[in-house]
Design a binder for this molecule. Structure first.
Ligand SMILES: Nc1ncnc2c1ncn2[C@@H]1O[C@H](COP(=O)(O)OP(=O)(O)O)[C@@H](O)[C@H]1O
Ligand SMILES: [Mg+2]
Length: 418
């Protein structure tokens, strides 16, 4: 062993990503997890995983017992992944086709339950298989470093390797809220059909509260979905369709009397301490600067970035709806697109990302009915909304995003003083 743990050690006691993920997926302590193939006395094995590439550097839990499912878990959706990851997964997927023999170089994680115990009550995968119709399912799980902001996910496959669902596990206040919000958004989107230019969301297959967790199972993306290139121009028609959901353009209303502004103010009031006071002041300044400006309000996706968008059969597919909601200034998704491409793709600081928002709105906002005054409103309001999102996550225990706090408050205050 190179792991520094004995084969019998339960990976849930680890402080690394494997510990975090295995605690989220197997929270019930009646379930035994053992490294190695042995099954403790009085227990029966219900699943086995290859821990790839090793216990201390685990990246994936690949299900054993159905080679086509194991291979599919490494090969499916590879077009969405960065080239280096794709190459590694393709090679591992080739090995997985040979089943346990192909994956023999990797340690095995054995999941077992007491003989006679109701497995669907103890093991999430079994419970989800039951909720999805009872066909046996195998789950693959990516392992990342522990992150209070992230959701462990299970990719569910049938024995013959067909994707059956994508399960997101909310395990703390922050991620439970996100998973619940995404499930609600996908449920609401079921009613949005036949709207020209509306991107296709994946369906919600089932949602369950389990062992203190919120779990949403989302329909698999189309197998041949391709990611939208990260330097593509924004999809304006799709953005408008998301905002309006097939309704006529909304009547523009002044920011000052909007329910949106009232909500922003109420949220800022809830933020405590020095940062909370700065947020309240930022909302006041927003009202002073733009209160008389009229703007259209509508829905937004909430995380509209190229890496949450793909195409399939010439149609746009949009996933990751966990920040979606109604009643925001139309143009928020366009602002977010610019902000995140700057912050995440180009690694720029919040101040530069805010300038990118202005530039993107200036360039494309006209097609959303935004003149210069409305572009300024959308940009300023979006930045406040983004700081409040950062605060909400921090308040729910996910920690402050260091790229956005306190930098974004500084940026907002500087803009308001100009
Ligand atoms: N329904 C799905 N089917 C297959 N793969 C999915 C599905 N939903 C998400 N993914 C993959 O997992 C990645 C992360 O999921 P996402 O919903 O964007 O969550 P987040 O970015 O909040 O972790 C996506 O970029 C996509 O590659
Ligand atoms: Mg995403």
């Amino acid at each position: 062993m190179t792991t520094g743990v004995t084969p019998a050690t339960d990976p849930r006691s680890r402080v690394d990503g494997l510990g975090w993920v295995s605690r989220a997926v197997f929270p019930d302590d009646r379930v035994h997890l053992t490294l190695g193939g042995a099954v403790p006395d009085g227990q029966r094995a219900v699943a086995r995983y290859a821990v790839v590439p090793s216990v201390p550097r685990a990246r994936f839990l690949v299900p054993l017992g159905a080679p086509r499912a194991g291979a599919a878990s490494l090969l499916a959706y590879n077009a969405l992944r960065p080239p280096k990851v794709r190459v590694m997964r393709a090679a591992l997927g080739g090995l997985a086709r040979f089943g346990a023999a192909g994956l023999a170089p990797f340690p095995t994680l054995t999941v077992s339950v007491p003989v006679g115990a109701p497995v669907a009550d103890l093991v999430l995968t079994e419970r989800l298989a039951g909720a999805l119709g009872g066909t046996p399912l195998l789950a693959a799980c990516g392992v990342r470093p522990p992150d209070p902001n992230a959701k462990p996910t299970l990719q569910l496959f049938t024995v013959d390797g067909r994707p059956r669902g994508y399960a997101k596990i909310g395990w703390n206040d922050a991620t439970r809220a996100l998973v619940t919000a995404e499930a609600a958004a996908l449920r609401a989107l079921r009613a949005v059909t036949g709207v020209p230019d509306h991107p296709t969301p994946p369906g919600l297959l089932t949602e369950t509260a389990w062992a203190g967790q919120a779990v949403a199972v989302i329909e698999p993306l189309p197998p041949d979905v391709r990611g939208v290139p990260v330097d593509d121009p924004p999809r304006i028609a799709a953005l408008l369709a998301v905002a309006r959901r097939g309704d006529a353009p909304g009547v523009s209303r002044p920011l000052a009397s909007s329910t949106f502004l009232a909500r922003l103010a109420a949220q800022a009031q809830r933020a405590t301490g020095a940062a909370g006071a700065r947020a309240v002041a930022a909302v006041d300044a927003l009202a002073r600067r733009h209160g008389d400006t009229t703007v259209e309000f509508g829905h937004w996706h909430g995380d509209w970035v190229p890496w949450n968008l793909g195409t399939h059969d010439g149609r746009l597919v949009a996933w990751d709806w966990e920040h979606s909601g109604p009643d925001v200034p139309v143009g928020f998704d366009l602002a977010h697109d610019a902000f995140q491409r700057s912050l995440v793709l180009r690694g720029e600081p919040a101040a530069v990302a805010a300038v990118a928002v202005d530039a993107w709105l200036g360039r494309h906002g006209g097609r959303l009915g935004l003149d210069a005054a409305r572009c300024a409103l959308v940009a300023d309001a979006y930045l406040v909304e983004m700081w409040l999102r950062t605060w909400r996550l921090a308040d729910a225990g996910a920690g402050w995003n260091p790229a956005l706090h306190p930098a974004l408050l500084d940026v907002i205050e500087k803009r308001h003083s100009e």
